[in-house]
Ligand binder design. Structure first.
Ligand code: PMP
Length: 371
């Protein structure tokens, strides 16, 4: 990452005289990296102070900014782990294998990036040249679903390999070994001061779930190696069935939703619904998610995607519950919200055009873009 500077005091009225800047260099740049895979992960943890203040939170609200990763999302991590592991095991042969993956997009981008570096030919065939769209509304076990089509392609294509993010143990492991430890390292290396008190621990972690690899792996890292009492909260869109207990999913099961990358109509094998791993679940609506994206953009300057909005709106909803309030009202406790990707993937979507512009201009933006 580039070096970051924090401007602690800045008085715009002092024009003509020297501004009183106090510039703190947060550390040297990293040395030269070998390739893009070395720039996967190592994402920053950022204070969401404006939102915390507006919501009346006393705890620290911190966002883990995954769009800073080389391929632009949290899924770079699992793509890298799955490709390197498959290669090591001899299942993926550089220059020969064709990587096929049922994906809502980000895992595909991560895999294409990993393949581009490891094996150029596979890149062209796996992503750029051949993206096969499957209908969202097909149930997961239908031959027309993204999983069904991927399985058919694997049968048809010689040397086809599905790394299978839904079942591949390297998915949660990538988060147990990278995302979780990074969060811990950021929190324990930031001193507690009188103006910014910190428990120096991760007290709660909130993340949206798709395959569930992120929430499961991060939870294991936090609970096993750092703070067994850390509370982990999963966020699941209304319409999906991942939340536990099942009655949370209620009568809206199967109802379509717009937020991408999270929620399913089946329980992926890599998701742990054990309450020891994921203590609580929150259901979120598209409306709340997109409102939260707008808040993150407008208040914190963070150009994040829809599932980041789901994670934030789920976090704020949970912090208002009986268990959450104890955390929200305690100064210095650290609550981490994972922000899985950036707005890059969604800039032509109606929900983005509506939330990015002021209300009067959003209709115009939607009209201009032809949606
Ligand atoms: N947000 C986005 C934008 C994603 O692409 C994904 C992965 N599909 C997730 C959240 C959820 O991550 P995980 O699969 O690790 O649960």
């Amino acid at each position: 990452p580039t070096a970051m500077f924090e401007v602690n005091t800045f008085n715009p009225h002092q024009t003509g005289t020297l501004f009183s800047w106090l510039v703190v260099n947060r550390g040297p740049c990293e040395p030269i990296l070998d390739n893009a895979l070395d720039a996967v992960g190592n994402t920053p943890l950022i204070r969401l102070d404006k939102i915390a203040t507006e919501e009346g939170l006393k705890c620290n609200l911190l966002g883990k900014l995954e769009f800073v990763s080389a391929g632009g999302s949290v899924k770079d991590r699992i793509a890298k782990a799955m490709v390197l592991a498959a290669e090591k095991e001899g299942k993926l042969i550089p220059g020969k294998s064709i990587v096929i993956e049922p994906t809502s997009g980000n895992t595909g981008i991560g895999l294409a990036m990993a393949c581009a570096i490891k094996e150029k030919e596979a890149l062209l065939r796996a992503l750029g040249a051949e993206v096969i769209r499957t209908p969202d509304e097909e149930p997961w076990d239908s031959p027309r679903s993204h999983i069904g089509v991927a399985q058919r392609l694997q049968r048809e294509i010689e040397h086809g390999i599905i790394l299978d993010q839904y079942r591949n143990e390297n998915n949660p492991l990538a988060h147990e070994y990278t995302t979780g430890p990074e969060i811990i390292a950021s929190v324990v290396s930031t001193p507690s001061t009188s103006s910014r008190p910190s428990s120096m621990k991760v007290d709660a972690f909130i993340g949206s779930a798709g395959t569930g690899g992120t929430i499961t792996g991060v939870s294991r890292a936090l609970k096993k190696t750092h703070n067994p009492d850390c509370i982990v909260v999963g966020v699941d869109p209304i319409g999906s069935v991942l939340a536990f207990p099942d009655n949370l999913n209620g009568p809206n099961e199967g109802k379509p939703y717009v937020v991408e990358g999270i929620g399913y109509d089946f329980i992926p094998a890599v998701l742990s619904r054990d309450v020891a791993d994921v203590n609580h679940w929150v259901k979120t609506s598209d409306e709340d998610a997109f409102k939260a994206v707008r808040t993150l953009m407008r208040k914190e300057g963070l150009l994040v995607g829809g599932s980041s909005g789901s994670a934030l709106s789920g976090a704020l909803a949970w912090l208002k519950t009986e268990q959450g309030r104890i955390i929200a009202e305690t100064e210095g406790l650290n609550v981490i919200v994972l922000l899985p990707d950036g707005i890059r993937n969604y800039m032509s979507k109606e929900w983005f055009l509506k939330s990015a512009f002021s209300d009067e201009r959003s209709d115009l933006a939607v009209r201009i873009s032809g949606i």
